[in-house]
Design a protein around this ligand. Structure first.
Ligand SMILES: [Zn+2]
Length: 196
């Protein structure tokens, strides 16, 4: 099943069973995670969407519901080779983020290699999530033909170091979804994304 494949490809299965202390996929330099966790020193670079929150900049755990994951994969496959994209809304408590709704937005770039969220749809989505009592947790987009990691363009456009950036790769057939924390548009680390 897709989820099992995903876990195997990411090498996350053992970490989950062992209740990871670091939550990293192993690709980051040692210590990077510790430096980022719980610090508020990047607040000046954050946009208004997440201002004033007391939560750590980097999520400890990100939960995504299985039906939402499956719907995201289906939607992204239908739109391929164009990149699919949207917003993630939900709750956050003690660094644990729970995605309650995945918003599907129009990629106004209509591109296979990059995306831009439709501004009017973005506005409407944020309005809806606030009415529901949810926070904007981050955004997501698909990589129809490249791996699940931020491109140079993705990093350059990652202005919110408090956001979770989901990247769904459809490269190679089996979907792979990761959540990333991107610090100062340069330092990338994988968040502990769990699907259930
Ligand atoms: Zn990308």
């Amino acid at each position: 099943m897709a989820i099992e494949e995903n876990e195997n490809q990411n090498g996350k299965q053992d970490e989950r069973q062992a209740a990871p202390a670091k939550g990293e996929g192993g690709a980051e330099p040692a210590g990077a995670n510790e430096n980022q966790r719980g610090k508020q020193d990047d607040g000046q670079a954050a946009p208004a969407t997440n201002e004033g929150r007391a939560e750590p900049a980097r999520a400890n755990i990100v939960w995504l519901k299985l039906p939402d994951y499956l719907a995201m994969v289906r939607h992204a496959r239908e739109l391929a080779p164009i990149e699919d994209c949207g917003l993630l809304a939900g709750t956050e408590e003690g660094g644990v983020r729970t995605v309650e709704k995945v918003f599907y937005l129009t990629n106004v770039d209509h591109s296979a290699e990059h995306f831009a969220l439709d501004p009017a749809e973005q506005f409407a989505a944020v309005k809806e999530m606030r009415a529901a009592g949810w926070k904007l947790l981050g955004n997501w987009h698909s990589h129809p033909a490249s791996p699940s990691r931020p491109s140079e363009e993705d990093k350059r456009l990652a202005f919110d170091s408090k956001a979770s950036y989901f990247i769904l790769s459809l490269n190679g057939g089996e979907p792979v979804l990761n959540s990333f924390h991107i610090e100062k548009q340069t330092r990338v680390s994988k968040e502990d994304l769990r699907i259930r």
